[in-house]
Design a protein. Sequence first.
Lengths: 433, 459
Amino acid sequence: MTPHMDFPSSLPGDAGSLTPGVWGLQSLGVQVKQAQKPTGEKEARDILAQAFQGRQTVFPCGGGTSLSAGVLPQSIDLALDTTGMDKVLAFDPLNLNLEVSAGMTLDQINEFLAGQGKGFFLPLDPPWSNRATIGGTYAANSSGPMRLRYGTLRDLVLGVRGIDSRGREIGFGGKTVKNVSGYDFTKFLIGSAGSLCLVTSVVIRVYPLPDASSLCDLVFETREELEKFLAALRSSVLLPSAVVVTDLAGGPGVSDTAGIRFRVMIGFEGHGLAVERQNKDLLKLAGEFGGLGDARTGRDTMIQGIRSAVDPVRSWGDPLFLRISVPIVQGPRIFVALRRLLHDHGLLGKMALCAPNGVMFLYAEGVQEKEAEDLMRDLRDLIPAGSGYVTPILAQRSLLQGWGARVEPSLHQLAFQPIKERLDPTGVFPPIL
Amino acid sequence: MERDQILKKLQEIVGERNVLWKDVDLAVFEYDAGLDKEIPGFVVFTRTAEEVAQVVKFLHREGISYVARGSGTNLSGGTIPLNRGVVIELSRMNRILEIDLPNERAVIEPGVYNLTLQNALAPLGYYYAPDPASQKVSTLGGNFGENAGGPHCLKYGVTSNHILGAEVVWPNGEKVWIGGKAVDPPGPDLLGLLVGSEGTLGIATKILVRILRSPERVLTMLAIFKNLEDAGQTVSDIISEGIIPATLEIMDHMMIRAVEESMHAGYPLDAEAVLIIELDGLSDGMEEQAQRILEICQKNGVVSTRRAKDAAERADLWAGRRGAFGAVARLAPSYLVCDGTVPRTKLPAALSAVKKVGQKYNLAVGNVFHAGDGNLHPLILFDDRNKEEMERVHRAGMEILKICAELGGTISGEHGIGTEKLKGMPLVFRDSDLEMMQNLKTAIDPKGVCNPGKVIPRA
């Protein structure tokens, strides 16, 4: 029996009885008329076929951790909650791939993998991986610090299955690492935020748990020292799996102009000898640029350290969660400028910089519309079009309305809009960016 | 529009000397490295993105089909101009525009050879990971169009994993930039779609790639086996052990013989199969990994193993592998190279089935392939003057694709569909999948002028 949740659009309903995705949609200002939570592909197919015939609008959602990655409509007829589709469909340890339903969370996947044979893992670590579903992560093109070594969805997803706007089954890619048969929808659908189809399952690459892991935890007093260290690290032979920078409150003697110090967490994985040598070399390298810290071994230590750097402190209450990407060398400068912006706007927030990728997460909470608008205006000045991207992950619908074009208008006109019209002619799914 | 008017307009855009129109000149462009042939209407040599855009705009307006072409190393007929379309030749757009080491990026024009970029990066301590065997002559524009792979893609991924931006001339002639030095542009992964779309959705006129630091150490080993299946099993065992080498490449006896006769790479002539294994990365722990690999080889009945002693010996081993396709010219005038891919654990079954196909059709089949990726390259040898034999070759090729599909793989790992594998598409796609592809093509190229007749079979 499908859990079926009907509630009048004028009332938010009992949030406690709703799943995070549906609750999140409402809290961001989307009127949801109805919600359904299919438990399998066939059920989802029937729902979409009916929606197509009835000209209903459908918004696929998972854990609700990145609902603003696409377009948030004013109202939707049906929120299709994918978290009921949470099964492992096939695990092939010898070929290192896993097929899972879209509604499994990343933590559920990793828990499953850790218990298989000698242990495996999926190196996808976006914020909130305890709630982020694999389908939502794919739809929002989310990633975390471990992208440094393992890449992003583009590198990890081998195949995708889904349901098109007419309720028909579709599938692309497969279980092989190399595949150039036909147009690569497996990649094109990454970041499409549910605007082109419902993703029901994916095939992803997984890795054996490494022999050894470590976390080097360093502090740098100034941006200049941090930048020099990061440049030296990039040009060294060291092969970190993740490098994430957070800010620490300034103290006496702090010389950085923004009044902050920098905490840098660096994860290493691999053969025990390689990890040991890298810990030693890294601490030496950091010392040359004024960095102080230590190295600790253990997989949990590494994962928890890296994760604590990017996970927002809380997950509810007028959130403004942004992903900002800039060319690598600009990362520390923009990071400091962002911290200053938050301070100037009187906002409390948490930030993390995946330094070797130039990707930042900015999370603020209790953000009122006016503050958010001012912040966004300043962000556009700081990162002009063409020099990087500011991507909302969670933000009020009203704020996104005034955001302006997130995609280059010529690309929207030449590619995205015509594709949307062809693949979803009746507009079952939410609009495309 | 009349032919002479088309010629005049093309000459106006790129200059009189940069348009080929005589049959004798056009004949040079009627083929690529696949088997199909079609004479183009014209060949236009462009030097700038602006020229490409103007040519495309004109052809689009007149409803004349076109295809972009680099070195023509395409192995599936992807650069063959159907319906006497115009070939837009990009090989003169061959500048490396920028190497940005601090941001680990390079910007190049599409006519730059893959190896030219590698040679520019190597002295700086960097490299570009995708390394197709044709890298001496294949262009990065072609690599972009085909999503080219190569031996090192086992560890580092294929072309699409290393492309971060591109200037693209859209099928209507408009120029757009997609992506850039910063990662993660919002919206669907358009670049991920365009890479590997075989030039049917636009022409890349500038390409922005990720470059990587050269590893501290590279260790290359050669393992010799008494049969191909054992070599295939070894590959599967190495990966499932959790070791991901930079490369795992296999060559069978027929290919070993061809390579040795052609270039003396140092492969043993009495071997039934050789496996090239390369580890790269930090030196710490590498010896231990190499030892573990040797144990896996021994478990699978390896006859002998040896290591490349120095850079020169390593280069020889690789020269043999990269020159393998060319070397088969000593064995037969023509070959069809299949490109099916299977899950690694199915390699022994696939190799065995391919052997039977060769026997069934009475055809010589050599194998040289990216074993770590499960990417087979059976080379079916034949004489294209023998029409009956050629017919058998096509049937054998289709049967091999079918085997790959049935083993849970796909019909093309890195060479593309082009015209050659169109009939194989229903082996791996449903009608609704193909319809979605056709809808996408129509959305981007409503007039159907941009390299038509490729990738998607006619409904």
